[in-house]
Design a protein around this ligand. Structure first.
Ligand code: PHE
Length: 338
């Protein structure tokens, strides 16, 4: 019997040595060590041996089982190591890697963030109001008479219930003063809507940045200083500014702030925003609504301003068409990603 056993061991070790895959090894494991395998079968045959021979044969069988197990393990290690080496040698490490596509902020978001950051440094807090407004918040409280052209159906989107999509963010001024007493220093970025035909310079939904400052003894000098600081933070110290007289129903006096910078439109004066000193009639309307005299125009003065972000982006970035800002063309947007 010993001879048979040694032969079996040699066969097993030979076959294991020649196995080329994990699958082949697994088959050999079953063939030799499995329940119906050769070694198990021989173990069962032991019962037929004379009693005195059994310990010796049992020991031999154990040794063979251990040897075969060890051979299987070591061959498995070798096959796995060869596989890894093959995979590694198949990799061409001179090829470029897979590029990570990192998202970026929209140019308008970048611009708005920068503007808001600058005003926050001056102590302005963020404020907002609803996009769907009442006529009172959008017009009446802002001293805008019923026959003002902005109130026309043809200029403003009205809802069937008489409310409207705010045509400017100046309603945020009204929302803020309705909710808090002076002093007030807020910046309100948000969407505004007008019934304009969409073309290279018009959208019917765009973004504005509204500002309101109410305190004791606020003057045009404060308005000018604040806006000049803002413009320089945004565009650098070479930028020139000028206040040009204008008209808004809710400010008196009213201005437009123009800027001039060689790098923008070849140094032509460019209109940046509307602004002015809060009209006393606005304060009175707020008081009437609040039912107090928190905004007594004898005690408080203020300035307000509102700028269109798309127009500013167009000038800053030299965009030929405002629609670039809403088309989500990645070839355009990727140029602003940082
Ligand atoms: N709301 C005005 C507009 O949309 C801008 C403005 C805001 C003017 C605040 C004066 C004060 O044109």
């Amino acid at each position: 019997m010993d001879n048979d056993l040694y032969k079996l061991q040699r066969t097993a070790l030979d076959e294991i040595q020649q196995a080329e895959s994990k699958m082949a090894l697994e088959n050999l494991r079953v063939k030799f060590l499995g329940k119906a395998g050769a070694i198990s079968r021989l173990s069962e045959n032991m019962r037929k041996l004379p009693k005195e021979d059994r310990p010796h044969t049992g020991k031999l069988l154990n040794e063979i089982r251990n040897a075969v197990t060890a051979a299987l393990e070591s061959r498995l290690d070798t096959i796995e190591a060869e596989g890894t080496a093959q995979i590694l040698s198949d990799i061409d490490e001179t090829l470029p890697g897979t590029r990570f596509r990192v998202g970026g902020l929209h140019p308008l978001t970048l611009l708005q963030d920068q503007a808001v950051r600058t005003f926050r440094r001056l102590g302005f807090a963020l404020a907002d109001g609803p996009d769907i407004e009442t006529e009172w918040h959008c017009f009446d409280a802002l001293n805008t008479p019923a026959n003002h052209p902005a109130r026309n159906d043809s200029d403003t989107f009205y809802l069937p219930d008489g409310r409207l999509l705010r045509s400017h963010t100046s309603s945020v001024q009204i929302r803020t003063m309705g909710a808090q007493k002076p002093p007030v220093r807020v910046i309100g970025p948000g969407a505004a809507y007008r019934r304009d035909e969409i073309d290279a310079t018009h959208l019917n939904q765009f973004n504005q940045l509204e500002g309101l400052y109410v305190d004791r003894d606020v003057s045009v000098a404060d308005l000018k200083g604040t806006l000049e600081y803002f413009v320089r933070e945004l565009l650098g110290h070479e930028v020139q500014t000028r206040l040009r007289p204008h008209f808004f129903p809710f400010t008196e006096p009213s201005f437009e702030l123009d800027i001039r910078l060689q790098a923008i439109q070849g140094g032509k004066w460019m209109e940046l925003l509307g602004c002015g000193m809060v009209h006393p009639a606005v304060f009175e309307e707020i008081n009437a609504k609040r039912g107090d005299s928190a905004y007594d125009p004898e005690d408080w003065t203020g300035f307000a301003f509102g700028m269109g972000l798309e127009r500013l982006a167009m000038s800053l970035f030299g965009l030929p068409d405002i629609r670039l800002l809403i088309e989500n063309d990645q070839r355009f947007l990727a140029q602003f990603a940082r």
